[in-house]
Design a protein around this ligand. Structure first.
Ligand SMILES: NC(=O)c1ccc[n+]([C@@H]2O[C@H](COP(=O)([O-])OP(=O)(O)OC[C@H]3O[C@@H](n4cnc5c(N)ncnc54)[C@H](OP(=O)(O)O)[C@@H]3O)[C@@H](O)[C@H]2O)c1
Length: 289
């Protein structure tokens, strides 16, 4: 038997193509997209009329993600823990550019507040199609001097807070949607002083790969993104200009990342073309590892 045919004379390639188009149609139907998208096999997620919740989006990577997804046509729920003015400013910028957004103060460490964030989004926009578990904190110290308080805050925010977000996402994100957890390239780099932070971020990669399997059949793609060094207060605070320049030099692309670089990777996963990436960790870091 030659490749491409079976004993009934039906092209094996045709069978595979039919199966693929069938699953595309299911996802497209779930997202209510045009027949042309189904015919091309494109997988819907991105854009007009869809709704995205981005935790920790008052500044840094989250704010850039909120603005980028708004540009792609998503309605956005911006979230902060304390910086209400910054969250409101992100909403204002999105609205100024013709988009739609709300902001909601919610501490991701508290499951009740996270539920409230998702419910407020559903009330405002009718549903949720994308959830980005981005809120995170970092404290650095060698094992010998890491304080209990800093350790607990990182675990509560990064491990428990992201779990709270992903649990809501698992229940609320509509079929055909996307769920993204923000890991860190430090999971691979493993530099001194990053022990508990790197351990907390490794959990994002485990969460994403397991949740992707749990949501089988719903056409929802779940992934982790692991940024490298990104110019936000989380990374820059406490570092000298010389130290930052040193990091830039060690990056093949010659600079550290900007929040918009990570937002672009997130936007790709939220696009139709991103659908087939599922259960993975994408290292988005300019080649630093
Ligand atoms: N920057 C990097 O180099 C880098 C590299 C790899 C991974 N990451 C990851 O990327 C994510 C974003 O980091 P970033 O650099 O953009 O940090 P950032 O500039 O410090 O911003 C952190 C954001 O998270 C929010 N947040 C913190 N704790 C929260 C809580 N308990 N509940 C709700 N929101 C909370 C903050 O809200 P408020 O403004 O209200 O405080 C803020 O919006 C984090 O998960 C981080 O681990 C960053």
């Amino acid at each position: 038997m030659t490749e491409g045919s079976n004993t009934n004379g039906v092209s094996r390639r045709n069978i595979l193509t039919a199966a693929a188009v069938g699953s595309a149609a299911t996802a497209a139907a779930a997202f209510g997209t045009a027949a042309s998208a189904q015919a091309s096999g494109a997988q819907p997620a991105a854009g007009a009329g869809r709704v995205a919740v981005v935790t920790g989006s008052s500044r840094g990577i989250g704010a850039a993600t909120a603005k980028r997804l708004a540009k792609e046509g998503f309605k956005i729920a911006v979230n902060c823990r304390v910086n209400r003015d910054l969250a409101a400013a992100v909403v204002k910028e999105i609205e100024g550019a013709g988009g739609e957004a709300i902001w909601e103060q919610a501490d991701v460490r508290d499951p009740v507040q996270v539920r409230r964030l998702f419910e407020a989004t559903e009330r405002a926009f009718g549903g949720v199609d994308v959830a980005v578990a981005n809120a995170g904190v970092m404290s650095l110290a060698p094992f010998s001097t890491m304080s209990d308080e800093d350790f607990d805050t990182m675990i509560d925010t990064n491990v428990k807070g992201s779990f709270n977000t992903l649990r809501e996402a698992a229940n609320k994100v509509r079929d055909g949607g996307r769920i993204i957890a923000i890991s860190s390239s430090i999971v691979q780099l493993r530099s001194p002083t990053y022990g508990p932070y790197a351990a907390s971020k490794a959990s994002m990669e485990i969460y994403a790969s397991i949740l992707a399997k749990e949501l089988a059949g719903r056409k929802i793609s779940v992934n982790a993104i692991a940024p490298g060094l990104v110019a936000t207060s989380l990374f820059l605070d406490g570092k000298t200009n010389e130290q930052v320049a040193g990091f830039a030099q060690r990056t093949p692309h010659g600079r550290i990342g900007e929040p918009a670089d990570i937002a672009a990777t997130i936007a790709f996963l939220c696009s139709q073309d991103g659908w087939w990436v599922n259960g993975q960790t994408i290292y988005s870091n300019g080649g630093v590892i």
